[in-house]
Design a protein around this ligand. Structure first.
Ligand code: SAM
Length: 273
């Protein structure tokens, strides 16, 4: 790697969620959490000025750094020169097909990133879509998002996103990072989390997407009893028979149901339709 540091004058672009990590100690802690081995391939989403990238290229086989901002991608190309340890891709991660990295990593790859916070959910959706190729995901997200992703039934943060993500991934909160560790300084606290794809889902669903639509609908009015929420939608309300009412307490609110209870309710209503 050439000893070039990226110009401080590259003004951060808000639309790309550019809050650059400035704390070497936090960068080290994030990369340590990935437990990189010399044989690992890493996908880094949004390398920015390369604070995590430069630590990782020394510790793994190859880093695929996908950066949407052409100014940063170009600067990173100068910084890393022709190094075989890195592939810099100037693209939107949401549009980028991961086939090449999947093929090159042979078994599976790791994901490490300080994510652009405004597109955290679509990025997680994309990673979930190819989870069979992913060994682990270490990402920095807004603390509020980390709380939602890891929330358990009964908590104020628990919702359809918690159920969707936890169905596919084990979610572990690692540590918080204060606004002072970034430039520009964000208004919120961040958290680093570890997501590990589950080998088998906790329950088998025939139509996952239909089930998650159902869960979203149940949470659409989270203060209301399930019975009144479902009654507003003929598609589901029509399935509320005496049998279902006897088996499930529909005076409960969505936020009190765990995954298995949602599956039970969904299957009952489907059967009665
Ligand atoms: N990794 C750097 C760090 O820790 O300082 C930068 C993190 S910054 C929070 C998010 C990075 O993601 C920025 O470099 C931004 O340009 C990039 N980014 C934003 N949207 C993106 C997208 N759709 N695809 C790829 N990169 C994106």
């Amino acid at each position: 790697m050439k000893s070039v540091t990226l110009k401080k004058s590259l003004a951060p672009k808000k639309k790309f969620g550019q809050n650059f990590l400035t704390s070497p100690a936090v960068a080290e802690k994030i990369v340590n959490a990935a437990e990189l081995k010399a044989t690992d391939t890493v996908l880094e989403i949004g390398p920015g000025k390369g604070v995590l990238t430069s630590l990782m290229t020394d510790r793994c086989r190859k880093v695929w750094a996908v950066e949407i901002d052409a100014r940063l991608a170009e600067a990173l190309s100068i910084m890393f020169g022709q190094s075989v340890k890195i592939k810099i891709v100037n693209q939107d991660i949401l549009q980028y097909a991961l086939d090449e990295i999947i093929e090159e990593s042979r078994s599976s790859f790791k994901v490490v990133a300080n994510l652009p916070y405004n597109i955290t959910v679509p990025i997680l959706g994309k990673l979930i879509g190819c989870r069979q190729h992913i060994a682990s995901i270490i990402v920095m997200v807004q603390k509020e998002m980390a709380d939602r992703l890891s929330a358990k039934p009964g908590s104020k943060d628990y919702g359809s996103l918690s159920i969707y993500v936890q169905y596919y991934l084990n979610v572990e909160k690692l540590f918080n990072v204060s606004p002072g560790s970034f430039f520009p300084k964000p208004k919120i606290t961040s958290s680093v989390i570890k997501l590990t794809p589950r080998e088998i889902p906790p329950v088998i669903l025939e139509d996952e997407s239909d089930f998650f639509d159902f869960v979203r609908l149940c949470f659409s009015q989270r203060r209301k009893m399930l019975r009144s929420v479902l009654k507003q939608h003929n598609e589901w309300g029509g399935g509320i028979s005496n049998r279902v009412s006897a088996e499930m307490d529909l005076t409960r609110r969505a936020e009190t149901l765990n995954l298995n209870e949602f599956v039970k309710l969904y299957n009952f209503l489907k059967a009665e339709k």
